[in-house]
Every structure is written in structure tokens, then in C-alpha cells.
Design a protein around this ligand. Structure first.
Ligand code: AMP
Ligand code: GLY
Length: 428
């Protein structure tokens, strides 16, 4: 089979690496890919941006691509799956209508409310004066203010008091900090607890949950500093029991998949529940409609089931024929190495040294995210640059192994969080 992966991040490198291992994959293309997918054995980059659907479709037809897998949310929300389907091309991912679950927080929250799925209490606003009035007349408590649309993970502001909440409303609705993503606003109650990511693969009928993973969104150790796209992740999550996973499946995943079907937006693809483990049980923070980045990297290190079989079964709506997912029992830890200044401004183009040495560390795979090739050298080309991912017999040994490899990699200003997976260790 010929398979095309759309995207250029760490998630797409992990998808390409895993798919290239499938005995069913003859050729694997990534559009546009990064330096990691460029050098990955059995994988070829194609110089077409993820949002250029016309050229992607043309390429898929010319090359007789058998299956296209879409990594990021932006092309999904813009209807890449509908565009491929209209040309009778097989594509893995939700349609534009189904991707609204991530693309519109208002849509998602209303669906959760109607389906009786546990989530933070919320109110929706279309005008800043109404939102300000509400904030001013509420008791003084922490509040979370969210732009409804896609804002690359930045449109959520956790506010400790009324002053911060007012500023957040103004930033989103009056200053239009996130453009039209801020046309509608969600104000919600602030939930407390540990965050978890439960991803599931579904064809709209059968739901196969993946093992739980935990991301690290704040930039610095101890969950301090500004939010990022995710500074590291690990799986499994020992503080998350099997009973709890069953509860997430029955109380959250199943009702959401059914509600989407009832709304005539059947969901096919990866359904990602971002959860807060509160004292009243797990509650939904958000839904994403694709693999998490970086959660995808440690999850795919452990997944043994053939990804091509899985994705094809979803596209053909016969996921019920695939047995339970098979996992490597060993835990996996992914540490993100970032550019100096991220999540703010940063400089690109620094050559990255030590990648060959890091690749020699046993049970380690260095996934590239924001990298490019310049003058035959691998250089940093984004905020999150690498996802150094390791397997180990225990979480501490996976962590040790990942950081061993991290130490060998250097470029000016490179940094990472030093405490990825520690929340599991302190609780277990
Ligand atoms: P989201 O994009 O909705 O997942 O929000 C990004 C991050 O903001 C989450 O990963 C949480 O850390 C935080 N967050 C979102 N909603 C809430 C909430 N209701 N209570 C506390 N933290 C939240
Ligand atoms: N890791 C968080 C996300 O992919 O949205």
C-alpha cells in the first residue's frame, strides 16, 4: 500500500515511523514532514503544505495513494476529509462537521450538556459586555475563559480573580487576540485535579480506547509558567485505575460517540478526551479530534497492533473485526526539547548536534517536531523541536533513558522540563 500522512510535527513523525513498520506499507509519504521524516527509513517527504487540499488531492491521485492519514486539527476543521472523500480517496480522520467537536468549544460544551457527560459548568457569550457583566456579578472565584474557536492551544485563560477574568474577556473579544476564534466565548468553572488524556479510536460504532497518557502543558517544572502545546508525556498512567478507564468509556466516550451519531455527524478517527480527575470523578476539559502531540509519541512506542489495519478498519467501518489493541507492557516517556524563548518568540536555524549519539541509546527513539534541513544540517525550525521518547521496564527507567538521550543533544538555547512523569512517581 501507498500511504500519505499530512502534517509536520512530532505526532506525524511518530505516525510515519510506526506506519513504515507495517508489513502492509510499501511507500510512506509525509506532506510536508520535517527533518525527522526526511531521514526516516522507508519514509519520503512531499513538499505540499497541510492546508493545500487541491495539491494534496492531486498528489494522492497521481501516486495512487491507498490511504491518507491526517495528523493536525487545522486541516480536519477546514474539511480535508470531506474534500478527499468527494474525490473517492480513502482518508482517516473526522469530517468537517465531526471536527467541530474540537473546532468549536461552544458546540462541544452544548453536546456534553445534552448528553449528560460530566464537564465544568459553563456559560456561552457572543458579546463582551454580557460576558463582563456576568464576570462582575459572580462570586469572586477562579474562572476559565475560553475562545470558542481554534487558537493553537492558546485560547484558554485560567483566571484567579475578577480582574484577570475581565482582562481575558477583553483580550479575546475586544482585542481579538485569537481573531474569529473569539467570536464566541465560554466562561467555565475552574476544575482541580490531575489532567489526563484518554484517546480512543472509533469508526462511529465500535470504540477502542487507547492506554491513558498524561501530558505536561505548562512550560516549566512543577507545572509553572505559560501553557504550551505540551512539554512531554508518558503512558500508562499508574494513578489512573482500570475501573476509572471503564468509567471514562461508559460515561464519556460512549455517550459522545452516540450523540455525534444522533446529530448526523458520525465521528470516525481519533477521539481525544482531555480530562480533569476531580474529587467527583473524571470531567471533560475538552475534546480533540486527532492524536495528541506529544501523547502520540509514547503511545505509538507501545502500541503493537498494526496501525494500517486499524486505520483501514475505521475508514471501512469494520473496527468491530479488530480484536483488542495490543500493547508493549513497558511504560514510555517522551521529553520535549524546545527552542529558547518558546512558547514566546524564538530563533530558528541553529544546527542540532548529537542526534546520532542519542539514536544509539537503547530503547530510545528521537521524534522530530520543529526541525528542517539547511545546508545538509538538521536545524531547529519550530518551538517544540524534538520528542525524545524511551521505553523502560518501569517508569523511572524509561524516564532515565529518555533524559540520557536528551543530554547528548545540543543546540544554542535548547531546553526541556526535567520532571516529565514525576506526577506518576510521586503518586505511586
Ligand atoms: P483546553 O484547550 O480546553 O484543554 O484547555 C487548555 C488547558 O487549560 C487545559 O489543559 C487545562 O490545563 C486548562 N483548563 C481548561 N479548562 C479548565 C477548567 N475548566 N478548569 C481548570 N483548568 C482548565
Ligand atoms: N497534547 C495536547 C494536544 O495535542 O492538544
Amino acid at each position: 500500500m501507498k500511504i500519505l500522512i499530512v502534517g509536520n510535527g512530532g505526532r506525524e513523525h511518530a505516525l510515519a515511523w510506526k506506519i513504515a513498520q507495517s508489513p502492509r506499507a510499501d511507500r510512506v509519504f509525509v506532506a510536508p514532514g520535517n527533518a525527522g521524516t526526511h531521514t526516516e527509513p522507508g519514509v519520503e517527504n512531499v513538499d505540499i503544505p497541510a492546508m493545500d487540499f487541491d495539491r494534496l488531492i492531486k498528489f494522492a491521485k497521481q501516486e495512487a495513494i491507498d490511504l491518507t492519514v491526517v495528523g493536525p486539527e487545522a486541516p480536519l476543521a477546514a474539511g480535508i476529509v470531506d474534500a478527499f472523500q468527494a474525490e473517492k480517496l480513502k482518508v482517516f480522520g473526522p469530517t468537517k462537521a465531526a471536527a467541530e467537536l474540537e473546532g468549536s468549544k461552544v458546540f462541544c460544551k452544548n453536546l456534553l450538556r445534552h448528553a449528560d457527560v460530566p464537564t465544568a459548568d459553563f456559560k456561552v457569550f457572543r458579546k463582551s459586555e454580557d460576558a463582563l457583566h456576568y464576570v462582575n456579578h459572580r462570586e469572586e472565584t477562579p474562572l476559565v475563559i475560553k475562545a470558542s474557536g481554534l487558537a493553537a492551544g492558546k485560547g484558554v485563560i485560567v483566571c484567579q480573580n475578577r480582574v484577570e477574568a475581565r482582562e481575558a474577556v477583553q483580550q479575546i473579544m475586544d482585542d481579538r487576540a485569537f481573531g474569529e476564534a473569539g467570536d464566541q466565548l465560554v466562561v467555565e468553572e475552574c476544575l482541580r485535579g490531575q489532567e489526563l488524556s484518554v484517546l480512543a479510536i472509533t469508526d462511529g460504532r465500535t470504540i477502542l480506547p487507547l492506554e491513558p497518557a498524561q501530558d505536561h502543558k505548562p512550560a516549566y517544572e512543577g507545572d509553572q509558567g505559560p501553557n504550551t502545546g505540551g512539554m512531554g508525556a508518558y503512558t500508562p498512567v499508574p494513578q489512573f485505575s482500570d475501573d476509572l478507564l471503564d468509567k471514562v468509556e461508559s460515561d464519556i466516550l460512549v455517550p459522545v460517540v452516540h450523540a455525534m451519531k444522533r446529530q448526523r455527524r458520525p465521528f470516525r478517527g481519533i477521539l481525544y478526551a482531555g480530562l480533569m480527575l476531580t474529587q467527583q470523578g473524571p470531567k471533560v476539559l475538552e475534546f480533540n479530534v486527532r492524536f495528541g502531540d506529544p501523547e502520540c509519541q509514547p503511545l505509538l512506542m507501545r502500541l503493537k497492533t498494526d496501525l494500517v489495519d486499524l486505520f483501514e478498519a475505521v475508514v471501512d467501518q469494520r473496527l468491530d473485526e479488530i480484536g483488542p489493541l495490543e500493547w508493549d507492557p513497558r511504560p514510555s516517556v517522551c521529553v520535549v526539547m524546545a527552542s529558547e524563548g518558546y512558547p514566546g518568540e524564538y530563533k530558528k536555524g541553529h544546527p542540532i548536534r548529537g542526534l546520532d549519539e542519542a539514536a544509539e541509546v537503547p530503547q530510545v527513539k528521537v521524534f522530530h517536531a520543529g526541525t528542517a534541513i539547511s545546508n545538509d544540517l538538521v536545524v531547529n525550525n519550530g518551538g517544540r523541536v524534538l520528542g525524545v521518547t524511551a521505553l523502560g521496564d518501569s517508569l523511572p527507567s524509561a524516564k532515565l533513558q529518555a533524559y540520557r538521550a536528551v543530554k547528548m543533544i545540543r543546540w544554542p538555547g535548547a531546553w526541556c522540563r526535567k520532571d516529565i512523569s514525576d506526577k506518576a512517581l510521586s503518586d505511586s
